[in-house]
Design a protein around this ligand. Sequence first.
Ligand SMILES: [Zn+2]
Length: 158
Amino acid sequence: MNQRTVTIAKIKTGIVIDHIPSGKAYLISQVLGLNALARETGDIIAIGINFESPSMKKKDIIKVENLSLTRDMLNVVALIAPIATITRIEDGEVIEKHRVETPTRIGDIVLCPDRFCVTNHEQVPGKFDVVNKDPLMLKCYYCETEFFGPLIKYKEKN
Ligand SMILES: [Zn+2]
């Protein structure tokens, strides 16, 4: 097989999110607010789309310099890319590599699709149970609406 070798900017310190389903890197970047972060910090953010992968055929990759992921950020990645791997790099060395874990409950990172839900009318931060992991199905803690597929709308930061 003729494998193309494609490289993506090396980072000295930061994180690499690998094994993202192809086409999902941009959504992850939007929900994590990476554009705003890049503007703020001036750090490198590299988004690779449709890289060849033996296990996934095509995959996306995100590299972010000088970033560590918070719990909410990790949850976003796990929901959108359930088999993603996170690699932490410090001074050019891989210091940690792990697969994301789908949480059983998430915070205010998606919108409840029920327009009568309290979270859509008052300053109540959303809270959701993960009813099913793949395909992803969520249930609102407040109004108990269960939803999946295109009804899952992430709160985009930019
Ligand atoms: Zn709700």
